[in-house]
Design a protein around this ligand. Structure first.
Ligand SMILES: Cc1cc2nc3c(=O)[nH]c(=O)nc-3n(C[C@H](O)[C@H](O)[C@H](O)COP(=O)(O)OP(=O)(O)OC[C@H]3O[C@@H](n4cnc5c(N)ncnc54)[C@H](O)[C@@H]3O)c2cc1C
Length: 428
């Protein structure tokens, strides 16, 4: 650990790494200090009996604008179809975006998730979110998501059978009290992108960014205990710096920066099971049924076979309440049309403080420059997502560079593109 650095970033999640890679690319001497033993923050993956297990079910959505900063090809993605299976009257029905699988159009058109008129309303809602300019979406009156969907003609059956469980799995809340503005941006990303899993697990997204930083500049397993403009106190000593970026989770950020308001009230529990083989022939999420505990369940290996060491199927099933495996085993089995005895329980994980809430009034770009060389970034500064974390890191890097490399100066980083897909570019 250096005693001095130009910039110290506290936290190697996507926000901190997005800031650090941009600062390094602009020629800053940047060091990242991370309390955990891995880069990637809440994107964490471990091996359990040979299976890749992410810390809670999450996916990379290529509709996020900041995914442009990643080398998606190098992640070796495996893809889910955009859509979901819904169980109604003892049968599983497919609801699939016909642009991704035109042959699924008849099944989707006849799926029991509402009348033809309601399906047309869903198509109109998707077209609006996907293709209107973002400024127009953000100019619309802000409401709770449930009310916005109601006004779009999507109350009742489409909401209960499809939209509520689908969105609950992403927003980690099922009352749909989330801001309609965030709903619009999120739905836009589903319309414009695909969702999938990297070959080496979600943690590899963060690791890809960390690998772009100069060797020796990411310090893992070193917790920061205090920050001030000008210095960082760590378990291993003090580092002085021209700029300090706090890129921790919201709760730690609020502890380290008194006066900062940030929290992550959303939580999720994910149960992992193994099946001898997948019961399905397509990689598609299965939605929970109204009144059940599950919000969704997915055979991860249908999308990304590399999550399994030997061809057996890995199933991830999530609940908003902190359930026990025994509470959901039958529901998981029903979701996939298998007997409960076929499911071998691999592990379960409850992630408290998984995400900030994005309720109205949504402040999309909360301040990142706290003055005196102190900065803050993270998903609590933008939206509670991979996109929000990366966008906040990019915004923070710009703020730091405005101070350390004033625009137009001889070493202005803006003379070159600020981000590359390869290694960091040093500005002479
Ligand atoms: C189960 C789950 C499912 C999710 N699903 C999705 C999804 O499908 N799509 C999506 O877009 N988003 C999803 N998210 C949200 C997304 O993962 C987060 O919004 C994003 O990763 C947050 O990144 P961050 O950099 O802001 O924070 P973090 O990832 O929390 O990074 C903060 C880093 O700071 C470190 N740190 C904390 N305290 C200290 C300290 N004192 N000293 C040093 N280091 C410290 C932490 O160890 C961590 O590495 C999900 C989150 C969870 C938990």
């Amino acid at each position: 650990m250096p005693a001095r650095a130009e910039v110290v970033v506290v936290g190697a999640g996507l926000a901190g790494l997005s800031a650090a890679t941009r600062l390094a690319a602009a020629g800053c001497d940047v060091h990242v200090v991370e309390g955990a033993g891995h880069a990637g923050g809440r994107l964490a993956t471990e091996r359990v009996d040979g299976f890749l297990v992410d810390r809670g079910f999450q996916v990379l959505n290529t509709g996020y604008p900041r995914v442009a900063d990643l080398d998606v090809d190098a992640l070796g993605m495996g893809w889910f179809l955009t859509g979901a299976r819904v169980w109604v009257d003892g049968r599983a029905h497919r609801v699939v975006d016909p642009r991704s699988r035109p042959t699924a159009l008849p099944a989707t058109a006849t799926a029991p998730i509402g009348s033809l008129r309601e399906k047309a309303a869903l198509a109109a809602f998707s077209a609006r979110a996907g293709y209107l300019p973002v400024e127009r979406l953000l100019a619309a009156p802000e409401r709770a998501a449930a009310e916005a969907l109601h006004r779009a003609g999507l109350a009742g059956t489409p909401l209960d059978r499809f939209l509520r469980p689908f969105l609950a799995g992403v927003l980690l809340e099922d009352r749909l009290e989330t801001s309609s503005r965030y709903l619009d941006l999120l739905w836009r990303s589903f319309v414009r992108g695909r969702i999938g899993l990297p070959a080496r697990g979600m943690q590899s997204v963060g690791e890809q960014l960390a690998d772009r930083l100069p060797a020796g500049s990411v310090h893992l397993g070193c917790r920061v205990t205090g920050v001030a403009g000008g210095a960082v106190e760590t378990e291993l000593g003090r580092i002085t710096a021209d700029a300090v970026v706090v890129a921790t989770d919201p709760t730690t950020a609020a502890d380290l920066l008194p006066g900062l308001s940030a929290s992550a009230p959303r939580q999720v529990t994910t149960h992992l099971h193994v099946l001898p083989s997948s019961p399905w022939d397509e990689p598609l999420l299965v939605l929970g049924r109204p009144g059940g505990e599950l919000v969704n369940s997915a055979v991860l290996t249908d999308a990304q076979p590399r999550y399994s060491p030997d061809g057996r199927a890995l199933v991830a099933s999530s609940t908003l309440a902190p359930t026990r495996e025994a509470d959901v085993r039958e529901e998981v089995a029903r979701a996939h049309g298998v007997a409960p005895s076929e499911l071998a329980h691999l592990t379960s994980v409850t992630v408290p403080r998984a995400q900030p809430a994005a309720v109205p009034p949504l402040e999309l770009r909360r301040p990142v420059d706290l003055g005196n060389g102190l900065y803050v970034c993270g998903d609590h500064r933008d939206t509670p997502s991979i996109q929000g974390a990366m966008a906040s890191g990019a915004r923070t890097a710009q703020a730091v560079l405005r101070r350390l490399r004033p625009a137009g100066g001889p070493t202005s980083p803006w003379r070159r593109p600020p981000m590359s897909d390869g290694g960091p570019r040093v500005v002479p």
